[in-house]
Design a protein around this ligand. Structure first.
Ligand SMILES: Cc1cc2nc3c(=O)[nH]c(=O)nc-3n(C[C@H](O)[C@H](O)[C@H](O)COP(=O)(O)OP(=O)(O)OC[C@H]3O[C@@H](n4cnc5c(N)ncnc54)[C@H](O)[C@@H]3O)c2cc1C
Length: 503
């Protein structure tokens, strides 16, 4: 008899798990509380401007290819992936900039222009990043980390690679120029970590970008989400929107069903949860059924930073602005300390500016530009983002952009709305409104992160940013591979229902 797998949540991790479970022969029901797919990769549209809410930098696109190949399909038949160049433009406070991307020689040329003393250092940094990547990504990102002995076995390799150092220490060791140190140490921020406290294993992200480049799906990340949605429909996954799961129910220590906010009960042989694990344990599972995750333990976790995102459309085009721009403020360590350790973000913000219309003009009405700007800020543990605070950040962000990147911005704004930690909490059920679930510090990575297989309830699995290997699109797609592996171990006799082959 075909077994039923329920997937809670349709972030990239949830969709990937739904497809992998379907391929294994399960009848798959995907329950999403929002009215569209994608989770943090949802889409907003206003007056002809199309905004990707979250991920915009697509690295390791082969992880998407794999999902289509499961069903003998090709990603290219669903969505066109376009290489982006440069990958990022870094704007420094002294008025200099660095275009990063293209070939290694292109990058070395840019470094030579900024500071010739760092050319050799960059070569060394790239080589060291590759070594970490070969272990941290190639060998370990897709394998389960729920056994302590397995973690212990990795320790010698991690020590040899110097992973007891932070990303900042790793970068500082190789580069002398403060601007370059900043540019090549920000990678942990892409997955919710402070470069000054995140283990240098995350320096592998640098090589990951180099290995496969940076891509953008034509039509935006939403086109990728739509492509996955189409595939899920074709292979018979039952997608249900507006379904808020409020309880995961068990019997004799094993998952039995989930309860929805409207009281409906949906039975399942297994549940793969793509919701934030901290929120799920605290709110969807009765205390006595999760002895490994007491409220006390959950409250001791450290969360990633919050994000303030301003989506806006302009009545004119800013042709000189690249697709991805990082705008550094004056401070770096001090800003990050305020963001991660509490307090106000302050006025001296660093920003990520997204201009998708640089690659794909169809995302805005003709002659206009679509943008979003993102500022890392403290999460809700450090205070509420009430209207005053939001407005203060918005004005500061507009000041920085207007004076440094987008002259005359305020006069050209046609559409403008924001999304802040309280929206992350309300929409995605993210604990403390964190942008990327728990922070990727050593004591919350691999074995120490939320396990992909629940400790206390049989047939409950976790996929997505809060689990191993962690946040970011490659991370959550890899976590779906880990879950597949565990489900296959636990359900070796799953009847292969190959109905999808004929639809
Ligand atoms: C602004 C922003 C920019 C980013 N940029 C990049 C980038 O450029 N590149 C990159 O690689 N990564 C980026 N990231 C990180 C990346 O987007 C995330 O780590 C990843 O998309 C998270 O996927 P996930 O599988 O964990 O699910 P999520 O996207 O967190 O989705 C979880 C889903 O579960 C649903 N859900 C939760 N609880 C329930 C419930 N009880 N019942 C029903 N449904 C529920 C939620 O509604 C949501 O749809 C960015 C993140 C943000 C926020």
């Amino acid at each position: 008899m075909t077994k039923t797998a329920i997937v809670i949540g349709s972030g990239f991790g949830g969709m990937a798990s739904a497809l992998r479970a379907r391929k294994m022969g399960f009848h798959v029901i995907l329950l999403e509380r929002l009215e569209q797919l994608g989770g943090r990769a949802q889409t907003f549209e206003q007056d002809g401007f199309i905004f990707d809410a979250g991920p915009t930098v697509i690295t390791a696109p082969f992880l998407f290819d794999e999902l289509f190949e499961l069903f003998d399909r090709k990603l290219a038949d669903y969505v066109e992936m376009m290489p982006v160049s440069p990958w990022y433009r870094y704007e420094f406070i002294d008025g200099t900039h660095l275009n990063y991307g293209g070939s290694v020689e292109d990058t070395l040329g840019e470094i030579e222009r900024i500071n010739p003393d760092d050319v050799q250092g960059y070569k060394n940094l790239l080589a060291a990043s590759k070594e970490i990547f070969d272990v941290g990504f190639t060998q370990l990102a897709h394998v389960p980390f729920h056994k302590f002995w397995f973690m212990l076995k990795q320790v010698p390799a991690l020590i040899r690679l110097g992973c007891y150092r932070t990303v900042w220490q790793f970068t500082k060791h190789h580069l002398k120029d403060d601007r370059l140190r900043r540019a090549f140490s920000i990678q942990p921020l892409l997955v919710g970590g402070n470069p000054f406290s995140t283990t240098s294993i995350y320096s592998l992200i640098h090589y990951l970008e180099r290995e496969w480049g940076v891509h953008y799906p034509r039509g935006g990340t939403s086109a990728l989400v739509a492509g996955l949605g189409k595939l899920m429909n074709e292979v018979g996954i039952d997608i249900r929107y507006g379904q808020d799961v409020v309880q995961i129910e068990s019997q004799a220590g094993a998952v039995r069903s989930v309860r929805l906010a409207d009281g409906q009960q949906v039975e399942a042989d297994l549940v793969i949860c793509n919701g934030d694990p901290a929120h799920t344990y605290q709110n969807l599972i009765a205390k006595e059924q999760r002895p490994s995750w007491s409220d006390r333990r959950l409250s001791g976790l450290k969360y990633s930073m919050g994000l303030y995102v301003l989506y806006f459309g302009t009545g004119k085009k800013y042709e000189q602005v690249e697709h991805h721009t990082i705008v550094f403020g004056k401070e770096y360590e001090a800003l990050l300390t305020r963001i991660f350790n509490g307090g106000e973000a302050g006025d001296d913000l660093s920003l990520y500016l997204h201009r998708p219309t640089a690659s794909d003009p169809a995302l805005a009405p003709e002659g206009k530009d679509t943008f979003y700007v993102l500022a890392p800020i403290p999460n809700l543990r450090h205070g509420e983002d009430d209207a005053d605070r939001r407005n203060q950040i918005k004005e500061r962000v507009l000041d920085i952009l207007e004076s440094r990147i987008l002259p005359g911005l305020r006069d050209n704004l046609e559409v403008c709305f924001d999304f802040a930690p309280s929206d992350f909490q309300a929409q995605y059920r993210s604990q403390w409104g964190a942008g990327f679930s728990i922070a990727p510090i050593f004591s919350q990575s691999a074995f120490f992160r939320f396990h992909n297989r629940a400790e206390d309830m049989k047939n409950l699995y976790f996929v997505g940013a809060g689990t191993h290997p962690g946040a970011g699109v490659p991370g959550v797609l890899s976590s779906a591979k880990v879950v597949e592996h565990l489900v296959a171990q636990d359900h070796p006799q799953t009847a292969v229902d190959s109905e999808w082959q004929t639809v």
